[in-house]
Write a protein that binds this ligand. Structure first.
Ligand code: FES
Length: 75
C-alpha cells in the first residue's frame, strides 16, 4: 500500500464532520476547495452559508444527528 498521509474524519455530536489531515477536498461539482488549516469542519446539517464549511448555523437550527440521538436514548 502506498504511503498516504493519514486523514481522520470525526463526526462532532450534533455538529460538523471534523477532518484532520485532509490534503484535498472537492465540492459537489468536482472543484477543488483550498484546505488552509490542519483541521477543517465540514457542514453536516446542510444549512451553512459557507458550504462546504461549517459556520455554526447548526446550533441555530438545532441540528440533531439521528444516530447520535438513538445512542443517547439507548443509554
Ligand atoms: S454542521 Fe455546522 S453549519 Fe452545518
Amino acid at each position: 500500500m502506498p504511503n498516504v498521509p493519514e486523514c481522520v474524519i470525526t463526526a462532532y455530536p450534533d455538529g460538523p464532520l471534523l477532518v484532520r489531515g485532509a490534503h484535498r477536498i472537492v465540492d459537489v461539482d468536482g472543484n477543488e476547495v483550498e484546505v488552509t488549516q490542519p483541521i477543517v469542519a465540514l457542514c453536516r446539517c446542510g444549512h451553512s452559508g459557507q458550504k462546504p464549511w461549517c459556520d455554526s448555523t447548526h446550533k441555530l437550527t438545532r441540528f440533531r444527528d439521528p444516530a447520535h440521538r438513538r445512542r443517547r436514548d439507548s443509554d
